[in-house]
Write a protein that binds this ligand. Structure first.
Ligand code: MTE
Ligand code: MO
Length: 223
């Protein structure tokens, strides 16, 4: 198991912050914070936006490459949601603006065998999510947070927001969606974290008997 996964699993659960009116919105083992922690592997990428694109590929009839302008020309939606990080912080009522994936994917002819999506992001980050989850009513690619353009450290120019799953599924610096017939594990999913990741089910870690090769985490130089 990746040592970050191991440390978290052994960490003592913090006391739930006492915000009684939000109690039923706090998943087990989480604590509310007003802060917005920054967590990622690698450096914050810098882009030439003339070169930047978002690729939609895999099990679809025709691949698509969108510029940032293409995305801004699509129907824009604002959502307010709670976010939950596997490191136990949760943040209530975060406000995001962008394009719902159900609107984005409506432009595609997705093949019937496509049931999973690999989300590709910089820097070499990937995470897998079932297609049905990405069509959820609040799932979007966001370019603005709290009324401001999304800052590079929080994933700007574009990040995925999947509020109903632990936040590692919400890839920052998202660059592609790969439609797949069968599931494949992303970065953290290969490294000891749960494949599904539902906070209210407390799906933090994969089973000890998971098929992850015991040695795999040693290939990665992350803390
Ligand atoms: N590209 C990329 N996206 C990523 C990550 C990453 O390492 N690289 N980390 C994930 C994790 S583990 C978390 S908790 C959130 C953190 O988002 P934040 O820094 O905006 O709080 O980003 C997720 N998206
Ligand atoms: Mo995380």
């Amino acid at each position: 198991m990746h040592n970050k996964a191991q440390r978290l699993q052994q960490a003592k659960s913090p006391q739930a912050a006492s915000i009684p009116e939000l109690a039923d919105r706090l998943p087990p083992g989480q604590i509310w914070t007003e802060r917005f922690p920054i967590l990622h592997e690698g450096e914050v990428p810098r882009y030439d936006m003339a070169e930047w694109n978002l690729r939609l590929f895999g099990e679809i009839e025709q691949e698509l490459s969108l510029s940032f302008e293409d995305l801004m020309a699509m129907p824009q939606t604002e959502i307010t949601c709670d976010i939950h990080c596997v490191t136990r912080w949760s943040k209530a009522d975060t406000v995001w603006k962008g394009v719902l994936l159900r609107d984005l994917f409506a432009q595609l002819k997705i093949k019937p065998e496509a049931r999973y999506v690999m989300v590709h992001a910089d820097q070499d980050y990937e995470t897998n999510v079932p297609l049905a989850d990405l069509l959820g009513e609040q799932v979007m690619v966001a370019h603005a947070y709290d009324g401001q353009p999304l800052s590079p450290k929080h994933g700007g120019p574009l990040r995925l927001v999947v509020p109903h799953l632990y936040f590692w599924k919400s890839a920052k610096w998202v660059r592609g969606f790969e439609f797949m017939a069968s599931d494949r594990q992303g970065f953290w999913e290969r490294n000891g974290f749960h494949n599904v990741a539902e906070p209210f089910q407390e799906q933090r870690f994969s089973e000890p008997e998971s098929e992850m090769p015991e040695d795999e985490w040693k290939n990665f130089d992350f803390d």
